[in-house]
Each structure stands twice: as C-alpha cells, then as structure tokens.
Design a protein around this ligand. Structure first.
Ligand code: IPT
Length: 271
C-alpha cells in the first residue's frame, strides 16, 4: 500500500513534524508515504496536490491543509471512493477527520494568563485564511469575553518567526503596553521574544508570552517557552492507524473521527 499526504508548507515546524511522525508510523506498518506540498493556501492548490497523489495511485490520502467546511466537502468529493482523512478542518466539518480541539487549546492559554492576573492581553493570530488560525482566535475572544475582557491589541501573522517579530513590534508600540501576549504558534512566539528583547523588556517579569504547538525546539527558546502542546507524534501515529484500519476494513466500519486534547506546558515565559 501507498498513502498520500497533501500538506501545507513543510518549512513550517508543525506540518514537518506531523509528516515525519506519519512516515515513521507508516514505515512501521509497512506502508509507503508520498508527499505533495501545496504552494499557497487555496482550494485550487489543494485540488492540484490531491490530483497529483491520485495520479500516483495512492490507496488513501491524508490532508493536512487548512480547509473551510465547503472546501473540505469539495476535496472529499474529489477523492470519491478513495479514503481521505482530514487534519486541518473545523471540528464540525462533516468529513473523516482527526484534530486537536482548538477551543480547548485557546481556553487553556487564556485561563493560564488570567490565573496569573493578566488583564492587558494582546493577541497575535495566525493567517486568517487558515481555519485553525480562525478557530484559535475565536476561542481566545470567547474565553476572554466570559471574563469581560477584550484584547488590548490584535495583529495577524503568517505562522513564521519573521511575522511574529514584525507584528510584535507593532503590538509593543501601542499606547497601552500589554502585560501578556497570546501567540497562535511557537514559531511566531520566537519572533515575539526577539522583539520584546529589543524593546528592553524582561520576560516574564515585565511581559508574558505564551505560544501554541510545543514543537521540538520550543523548550530551547530563551527563556524556555510556555505553550499549548499539540502532540504531533500522537497525531501522526493515530492518523496512520485510523486510515490503515479504514483500508483494512474496506470502509465497512463507520469512519470514526477523533478530537485530541491539548495541554498547557508551563515553562519560563509566563508569570
Ligand atoms: C498548525 C500549527 O499549529 C501552526 O503552527 C502552523 O504550522 C499550521 O499548522 C500550518 O498549517 S497545526 C495543524 C494540524 C492545525
């Protein structure tokens, strides 16, 4: 058997760690994984990637591309009878999927900062074309609202450390300086830490920073990053297990989707 992975930009840490975990698990089970990477966040690019995999006669596909509900339906139709497992869709999407609960992750980040007494919280989201970026942002706003708080500043990055740096310079230039910044992923948090340092502010004494992902390097940022963990190894293993099980049972089983929990990893960027 050969499985196909359609993935978003592998230069990003999360998708590359997910792809790596999938390869490892697939190899253990004697499967091969071929990869097709999209070059922009669009339905057309996802279609092209899936078509490329289908022309290589894969037996099932994993789709780690952010897709709205309508776009996920369109890709599911394109796959037809070919088993397709989605990894970056809304938990409500009506497709075979395995995801980390975005509401749970967003809530854990906000509750952590509120428990430390923060009131002036700025947020840095991922790119709003990404469903996961939108869901994390929504989750933050919703959780903050239950405590009658609105963010004191909002900026949008593109998941990269460079964007985190640039957007943090803007957040830190506002008249009211935030005492904490909620960041939608660890790579952007890396850029935020540099901007904060250039402003001469001490982390966590003067400003707290919390990331999202807990990618491999995050424990080695300076200071070591507090973040919301998504266990990408588990995601990679489970997604291969489920897709393979589906192939073995010839789809007789009801496709069982899975919502994985996130967890708070407290290191040294929050106080
Ligand atoms: C998501 C990561 O959290 C984020 O950092 C970024 O790398 C993004 O992927 C790229 O699409 S994880 C995804 C399974 C929702």
């Amino acid at each position: 058997y050969t499985l196909g992975l359609a993935t978003t930009e592998l230069a990003l840490h999360a998708p590359s760690q997910i792809a790596s975990a999938m390869k490892t698990r697939a190899n253990q089970l004697g499967f091969n994984v071929v990869i097709s990477m999209i070059d922009n966040l669009s339905l057309a690019a996802c279609r092209t990637a899936v078509n490329e995999l289908m022309s290589q006669r894969v037996d099932g596909v994993l789709i780690n591309v952010p897709l709205s509900n309508d776009d996920a339906d369109a890709i599911a139709r394109l796959c037809g009878n070919l088993p397709a497992l989605f990894l970056d869709v809304d938990p409500q999407a009506d497709v075979f999927k395995i995801l980390f609960d975005p509401h749970c992750g967003a809530e854990q980040g906000v509750e952590h900062l509120l428990a430390l007494g923060h009131q002036h919280i700025a947020v840095l989201t991922g790119p709003l074309e990404s469903i996961s970026a939108r869901l994390r942002y929504e989750g933050w706003l919703k959780t903050l609202a239950t405590h009658d708080i609105t963010p004191c500043a909002v900026q949008h990055g593109d998941w990269s450390a460079a964007s985190g740096y640039q957007q943090a310079l803007l957040l830190l230039s506002q008249p009211v300086r935030p005492t904490a910044i909620l960041v939608a992923n660890d790579q952007m948090a890396l850029g935020v830490l540099r901007a904060v340092h250039e402003f001469g502010l001490r982390v966590p004494e003067q400003i707290s920073v919390i990331g999202y992902d807990d990618t491999e390097d995050s424990a080695f940022f300076f200071p070591p990053l507090t973040t919301i963990k998504q266990d990408f190894r588990l995601l990679g293993h489970e997604s291969i297990n489920r897709l393979v099980e589906h192939l073995h049972t010839h789809g007789d089983h009801q496709q069982s989707s899975l919502l994985l929990p996130t967890s708070l990893v407290e290191r040294h960027t929050t106080a």
